[in-house]
Design a protein around this ligand. Structure first.
Ligand code: ADP
Ligand code: ZN
Ligand code: MG
Length: 483
C-alpha cells in the first residue's frame, strides 16, 4: 500500500503598517504600481535595511499561538539567487536561526508538528504586458513582511492539509497577525508530497521517506486539496510502473486541474546562505515576554462555546470559523440566559442559526452582516418557537420577513397572522368540516388504517394556513373519529 506523506510551507503576509526593512507602507495588491517604494526595497546600491519591530512581534505572536519555542536570539541571512523581481540578487530571510521553532497544532485528534517559522521579505511582482510583449516590475510588494511557517511531513491526506490551513487562517486572524486571505495572496502555500510503501499492518517497508514533489504557490484551500489529490494519483502511477518519482518542483494548473514539471529541486547549498551583514542579531527575550498574553484562540473558543453555552461540536466549529457569526451567537445566547424556562437553548438556537438562518441567507445571497436581524430579535423568535406560539414552517416565514424588515418578531407574527391559532372552537369546527368532506378517508380510519389520521392533521394545517397546533389537531381528529 502507498501512504501519502505531506508537509506544508506557508507564506503569510504579516499585517504591519510598513515593510520589513524600510519605512514604505505595506499596501494591498490593487495599489497603483510603484507608488510604495524606496531605495531600500528596490535594492539600490548602498541602501541599508532596518528591522521593523512590529514584524518581529507579529512573527513571535504567531509562533506562541502555534506552541513554538521562541529562542533567545535569531538572525537574518541572505538567500542568494537571481530573478528580475529580486534586484539585490538575494532575499533577506532566516536560515539556521529562525524566530520560532518546534511548535504543533492539533487537527482533530492528530498532532501536526511545526518545524519552524521564519521572517523574510517578499519579492517584487513581474507583470507580463501582453500589449508590448514586455515584462514590467511592480515593487510595491517588494520588502513586505512574510512569515514562512514550515510543518513536519505529518499530514496523511489532502483533507488534513486543508483543515490545517483553515485553522491556521483562523489563528492568524484571531491574534491580528495577518488577514490571511488566500485569494489576496496574504497566505500562499507550497505543498510537499511523497508516497510511502507500507504493509497491511501499517508498517513501513524500507527506511526513510521517498523524494518529495513540491507544488508551488497554491492560492486557495481548494487548490491545495485538488493539487495534492492529483499529485498523489500521479505518483501512484509512477510507482505502479515500478519506478520511484524523483524530487522536483511542480506548478499547479487550476484550469486543467493538473500539476506540471517546473524544475528539479534545488538544495539549500545552491543558495549560498550567509548571515546578513547589514542587520544586527535579534534579541527575542523581551519581545517573547511582552507578546505572551494572546487573545482567545479558535480552539479555546470552540471549547468555550461547547462548555459555556452547550453548543454541539459541529455548531461550535461553524460559529468560530466566522467572526461575525461567533459574535452573533454569543449575543443570542446571552439574551436567552434570561429565559430560564427554555429547556435546550443551545440546541434550539444552534439549529436555527446554523441551518435555517444560514439557509435563508444563502437563498437571498446575503451575508450575516447584510441581514437586519438583531440578536435580541433572533432570541425573541426562538422564545416564540419554544413557547409553541408558532410552528416551525411559519417560524421560517417569519424569519424571512425579519431578514428583510428588521422588525421584531412578535409584531410581525400578528401582522402576518403567523401565530398558532389556539382558539379551540376554530379547531373543532375545522376538524368537523374536514371529516364531513372526506368520507372515504373516514372509512379507512374506521377500518383500522390509523396512518390516515396524519392525513387529516395535514388537512387541518392546510385549512388553517399552518396556524393550528399539530398535536392539538391530532387529538381533536382522534376525538371526533372516536379512535
Ligand atoms: P527542503 O530542504 O527541500 O526545503 P525540508 O526538509 O526543509 O526540505 O522540508 C520542506 C517541506 O517538505 C516541509 O514542510 C517538510 O515537512 C516537507 N517534506 C520533507 N520531506 C518530505 C517527504 N519525503 N515527503 C513529503 N513532504 C516532505
Ligand atoms: Zn521601501
Ligand atoms: Mg526547506
Amino acid at each position: 500500500m502507498l501512504l501519502p506523506i505531506i508537509g506544508l510551507e506557508i507564506h503569510v503576509r504579516l499585517k504591519t503598517k510598513s515593510k520589513i526593512f524600510c519605512a514604505c507602507p505595506n499596501v494591498p495588491e490593487d495599489t497603483p504600481i510603484n507608488t510604495a517604494i524606496c531605495p531600500v526595497c528596490t535594492g539600490q546600491p548602498g541602501a541599508l535595511p532596518a528591522v521593523n519591530d512590529q514584524a518581529i512581534r507579529l512573527g513571535v505572536r504567531t509562533g506562541l499561538a502555534l506552541g513554538c519555542t521562541i529562542p533567545n536570539t535569531a538572525h537574518f541571512d541572505r538567500k542568494n539567487y537571481f530573478y528580475p523581481d529580486l534586484p539585490k540578487g538575494y532575499q533577506i530571510s532566516q536560515y539556521d536561526f529562525p524566530i520560532c521553532i518546534n511548535g504543533m497544532m492539533m487537527i482533530e485528534d492528530r498532532r501536526i508538528g511545526i518545524t519552524r517559522a521564519h521572517l523574510e521579505e517578499d519579492a517584487a511582482k513581474n507583470i507580463h504586458d501582453g500589449g508590448s510583449g514586455k515584462t514590467l516590475v511592480d515593487f510595491n510588494r517588494a520588502g513586505n513582511p512574510l512569515l514562512e511557517i514550515v510543518t513536519e511531513p505529518d499530514f496523511r491526506s489532502p483533507a488534513e492539509a486543508k483543515l490545517f490551513l483553515q485553522e491556521l487562517q483562523a489563528i492568524l486572524r484571531a491574534i491580528g497577525a495577518s488577514d490571511a486571505d488566500m485569494e489576496k495572496g496574504y497566505m500562499r502555500c507550497d505543498a510537499n508530497v511523497s508516497l510511502l510503501e507500507i504493509d497491511e499492518n501499517g508498517q513501513r517497508l524500507g527506511s526513510g521517506l521517498n523524494p518529495k514533489i513540491e507544488i508551488k504557490n497554491l492560492n486557495s484551500f481548494r487548490a491545495v486539496e485538488r493539487a495534492l489529490m492529483y499529485e498523489i494519483e500521479r505518483q501512484r502511477g509512477v510507482y505502479e510502473k515500478g519506478e520511484i518519482p524523483q524530487g522536483a518542483t511542480r506548478g499547479w494548473d487550476e484550469n486543467k486541474g493538473e500539476t506540471f514539471e517546473q524544475r528539479l529541486k534545488e538544495t539549500s547549498a545552491d543558495y549560498r546562505y550567509f548571515p546578513e551583514p547589514d542587520l544586527p542579531p535579534l534579541d527575542l527575550t523581551s519581545i517573547r515576554e511582552e507578546e505572551k498574553d494572546l487573545p482567545e484562540l479558535p480552539s479555546e473558543k470552540r471549547f468555550r462555546f461547547m462548555d459555556e453555552y452547550g453548543f454541539s461540536a459541529e455548531d461550535a466549529k461553524f460559529f468560530v470559523s466566522d467572526e461575525a457569526w461567533s459574535a452573533f451567537a454569543e449575543q443570542v445566547m446571552s439574551e436567552l440566559k434570561e429565559w430560564k424556562e427554555m429547556k435546550h437553548p443551545a440546541k434550539l438556537a444552534g439549529g436555527w442559526m446554523t441551518s435555517k438562518y444560514t439557509g435563508l441567507l444563502a437563498q437571498k445571497h446575503l451575508s450575516l452582516s447584510d441581514s437586519k436581524i438583531t440578536p435580541e430579535n433572533f432570541a425573541e423568535l426562538l422564545k416564540l418557537i419554544d413557547d409553541g406560539l408558532i410552528n416551525s414552517a411559519n417560524a421560517q416565514k417569519l424569519l424571512a420577513l425579519m431578514i428583510d424588515t428588521g422588525s421584531d418578531p412578535s409584531h410581525l407574527l400578528e401582522e402576518h397572522h403567523l401565530g398558532q391559532n389556539e382558539d379551540p372552537e376554530v379547531l373543532t369546527k375545522t376538524v368537523a368540516m374536514i371529516i364531513q368532506q372526506n368520507e372515504d378517508q373516514v372509512k379507512q380510519v374506521k377500518a383500522g388504517k390509523l396512518g390516515v389520521i396524519k392525513w387529516f392533521v395535514g388537512g387541518v394545517m392546510k385549512a388553517t394556513e399552518g396556524r393550528a397546533n399539530p398535536e392539538k389537531a391530532e387529538a381533536e381528529v382522534r376525538k371526533q373519529l372516536g379512535v
